[in-house]
Design a protein around this ligand. Structure first.
Ligand SMILES: [Zn+2]
Length: 90
């Protein structure tokens, strides 16, 4: 899993450097730790590359909601967060 991510990071960095990058890429999130399903997000390539390079996710994607950034980073769905919170409260 780590190897795959590292390869993707390198690939995207290369595309951005050479100007060959498409405006968006399909990015597979890690599996959601609540429901186990992963998701595919259409993500703008340049911010994704900046995030991979170490920029804070909220700086790379300032116009995204917190929920969407969380989905990108951890794979946890907004509805699964809500379900977890409800479970903790009850
Ligand atoms: Zn989920």
């Amino acid at each position: 899993m780590f190897g795959w991510t590292a390869a993707l990071r390198e690939y995207i960095a290369h595309l951005v450097e050479t100007g060959e990058a498409l405006p968006t890429v399909e990015y597979g999130t890690p599996p959601c730790s609540f429901c186990g399903r992963d998701s595919v997000l259409v993500v703008p390539t340049v911010p994704l590359a900046r995030w991979f390079a170490g920029e804070l996710i909220q700086d790379a994607f300032p116009d995204w909601t917190r929920e969407r950034r969380e989905l990108l980073k951890t794979g946890i769905h907004p509805e699964c967060w809500n379900a977890m919170l409800v479970e903790e409260l009850s």
